[in-house]
Write a protein that binds this ligand. Structure first.
Ligand code: HEM
Length: 123
């Protein structure tokens, strides 16, 4: 077993964990369904996103994890659900999305998705 000296700063490499084929089936494939419970109940998911399972920890883990994670999950669900319900999202053909990674402060898409939003209902 390796020894880590007192006072060493360590960083968990979540990027590597997220791309590890020993942990995720086809890790580089866009498969959002891997996060959806087969029984459509979030409590049936095999893993938690709240920090107890380091395969995926969007809010961090342990004592310094995000103190507002319980508020954030339903808020993000509500925003995304409302935006999809209220608007049609049409990709701008003049600027096609390019998912190739570009490393800046964080990892970004080379050409992010640009869309035009059209209200679904007339006011
Ligand atoms: C989807 C939304 C959010 C995500 C993904 C997120 C994610 C995170 C992450 C990854 C950390 C760092 C955890 C660590 O260092 O291990 C963090 C810390 C923190 N977050 Fe969030 N967060 C979200 C929303 C919020 C909201 C809505 C608030 C406040 C209203 C908030 C307040 C904080 C604070 C104060 C910290 C610092 C905690 C500390 O250093 O002890 N976050 N968050």
């Amino acid at each position: 077993m390796d020894t880590i000296a007192d006072g060493t700063t360590t960083i968990v490499n979540m990027r590597a964990i997220g791309r590890d084929p020993k942990i995720w089936v086809d890790p580089l494939e866009f498969m959002p369904e891997r996060f959806v419970s087969k029984l459509s109940r979030s409590t049936d998911l095999e893993f938690s996103v709240l920090g107890s399972d380091l395969r995926i920890a969007p809010f961090g883990s342990g004592r310094k994890s995000c103190p507002r994670k319980a508020l954030s999950l339903p808020t993000v669900n509500f925003w995304v659900g409302s935006l999809l319900d209220e608007y049609k999202w049409v990709q701008l053909n003049a600027s096609p999305v390019n998912l190739t990674q570009r490393l800046r402060l964080s990892c970004e898409m080379t050409n992010p998705l640009k869309v035009k939003m059209k209200p679904r209902r007339t006011p």
